[in-house]
Ligand binder design. Structure first.
Ligand code: SF4
Ligand code: SF4
Length: 393
C-alpha cells in the first residue's frame, strides 16, 4: 500500500489546516452566503438580484469596460450552459441539482454486483475510469458527518429540508477539475467567469458519468457538486491538497485553480491520506490574496475560530473568508471574482518544469525567496481580457 494510502487508522482526524474546537457545530446550507443571497434581505440586494439575472437574461446595458462587454457575458453564460441544464431540469420539483440537491439523473443500481479482489483493486479501477472520464484529480475519503450539511436549503421554495444523502454510503470519491489558466488571468472580468462555468459544466459530466459507472457495477452511488456538504475538508482528507489562506483548496497540480465534485458510495474503497507540501507555512509568510482582495474579505492574520458572520462554520480554527464582503463584490461587479486565485503564487501552469521545481522550493526554507521571485517576475498580474480574445494568445 502506498504512503498516501492506508485504511482507517485515523478516521475522522482533523484535516490539516483546519482545527476543530469544542464548540464545533456542523453547517446548515441555509447559512451559505449563496443560499443567503436568496432569502436574506441583507444579502439579496438589488445588485444581487441583477447579478443572478445576468446569468440568464442579457443585461440591458453592457459596460464598455474591457472584459464586461456583451461578448464577454455571452461567453461566460455559454460556459455555464451544460451545468445549467442539469441544475434546472428538476426545478419544477423544487430541486436545483448540483447546488441545493444532489443529482437525480442516475439509472438504477445494477442487480448483479461485480466483485473486486480488494478495496485497492476497486480504487485503482475507479481512479483510472475517473481520469478517463476527464477528472484531473481524484481521491478517496471516509464519509465524515462533520462536513455534511445539517439540512439542505431550496433557493426556489426558500425552505429547509433534511439532507437526504443516506449515511450507509461510507466512502466519498472527491474529484477536482482544473479551471482554465488563461481565463483566470483576466480576473476581474465577466470573461473570467467562463473559467467557473466551464469548471461546473465539466464537473457535472465527470460526476454523473462516474456515479453511473459505479451504479452499473452494482453499488449505490450518489453524485454531488456544491450540494450536500462542505467539499474542501473532504478534499483535504482525500489527499487532493492543502488549505490556503484564501479559504480554498491548494493542489500541487493546479494550485487553487480547481472545482470540486464528490460521489458518495458503498463500493468498498481504499482511503487516501492528507498530503503536506508546505502550503500552511507558505501562507504564513504570504499575503498576496489578502492584499489583492478588493474588499479585504481574506484574513491577513493567524488562523482563528472567530466568525465574520453566520456564513462561517462554528468552532473551527482556520483562515476564514468574509463571505458577505466577497459576495457583495461579486454582485457589484456583476460577475464572480477570483482575484485570490489569480494572484496566488500556487496558481501556475505546472506543465512547465520550472514551476514544478518552484512549488517544491516553496515548500522548503527557500519560501521567502520564492515569494520574492514570484512578485519580482510579475506573476499574478491581470492580463487584459481583450488579449484573451486575440487568436494568437
Ligand atoms: S473572490 Fe474576490 S472578493 Fe472574494 S475573497 Fe477572493 S479576491 Fe476577495
Ligand atoms: S496567495 Fe499566498 S497566502 Fe494566499 S492562499 Fe496563495 S499562497 Fe496562501
Amino acid at each position: 500500500m502506498s504512503n498516501s494510502r492506508q485504511r482507517d487508522s485515523d478516521e475522522h482526524a482533523d484535516p490539516p489546516g483546519i482545527q476543530i474546537e469544542d464548540d464545533f457545530e456542523p453547517f446548515a446550507q441555509k447559512d451559505d452566503v449563496f443560499r443567503r443571497s436568496w432569502w436574506d434581505e441583507t444579502i439579496r440586494t438589488a445588485k444581487a438580484k441583477l447579478f443572478y439575472e445576468t446569468y440568464r437574461n442579457p443585461l440591458k446595458t453592457f459596460r464598455k469596460a474591457d472584459g464586461f462587454t456583451q461578448k464577454d457575458y455571452a461567453l461566460r453564460n455559454a460556459s455555464w450552459h451544460v451545468s445549467d441544464i442539469f441544475t434546472e431540469h428538476n426545478e419544477k420539483q423544487d430541486r436545483r441539482e448540483g447546488f441545493s440537491d444532489a443529482f437525480t439523473l442516475q439509472r438504477d443500481v445494477a442487480e448483479q454486483q461485480i466483485t473486486f479482489a480488494s478495496p485497492d483493486e476497486a480504487t485503482a479501477e475507479i481512479k483510472n475510469v475517473a481520469r478517463r472520464f476527464g477528472a484531473d484529480l481524484v481521491g478517496i475519503t471516509r464519509y465524515d458527518p462533520r462536513w455534511m450539511y445539517t439540512s439542505k436549503f431550496s433557493d426556489i421554495s426558500q425552505t429547509e429540508r433534511p439532507n437526504d444523502i443516506p449515511d450507509n454510503l461510507p466512502y466519498v470519491i472527491v474529484t477536482a477539475q482544473r479551471m482554465d489558466y488563461d481565463l483566470i488571468q483576466t480576473v476581474p472580468s465577466a470573461l473570467s467567469g467562463a473559467a467557473t462555468g466551464l469548471g461546473y459544466s465539466h464537473d457535472a459530466q465527470v460526476v454523473l458519468s462516474l456515479t453511473q459507472f459505479i451504479r452499473n457495477l452494482g453499488y449505490n452511488a450518489i453524485g454531488s457538486m456544491n450540494d450536500s456538504g462542505l467539499a474542501i475538508p473532504m478534499a483535504i482528507q482525500a489527499g487532493l491538497g492543502e488549505y490556503g489562506r484564501n479559504g480554498l483548496l491548494i493542489t500541487k497540480e493546479f494550485g487553487p485553480r480547481i472545482r470540486l465534485g464528490k460521489i458518495f458510495t458503498d463500493l468498498p474503497l481504499a482511503i487516501d491520506q492528507p498530503i503536506h507540501f508546505g502550503v500552511s507555512e507558505f501562507c504564513t509568510i504570504c499575503r498576496r490574496c489578502s492584499d489583492g482582495c478588493p474588499v479585504k474579505a481574506i484574513a491577513d492574520g493567524e488562523p482563528s475560530s472567530e466568525r465574520h458572520n453566520r456564513s462561517n462554520i462554528k468552532g473551527v480554527k482556520k483562515w476564514s473568508v468574509d463571505g458577505e464582503k466577497c459576495f457583495g463584490f461579486w454582485a457589484r461587479q456583476n460577475s464572480d471574482c477570483a482575484i485570490c486565485i489569480r494572484v496566488c503564487p500556487y496558481n501556475k501552469d505546472y506543465s512547465k518544469w520550472w514551476h514544478k521545481l518552484g512549488i517544491r522550493l516553496a515548500g522548503t526554507w527557500m519560501r521567502h525567496i520564492m515569494l520574492w521571485l514570484d512578485i519580482k517576475l510579475g506573476y499574478g498580474q491581470r492580463v487584459k481580457p481583450g488579449k484573451w480574445w486575440s487568436p494568437n494568445m
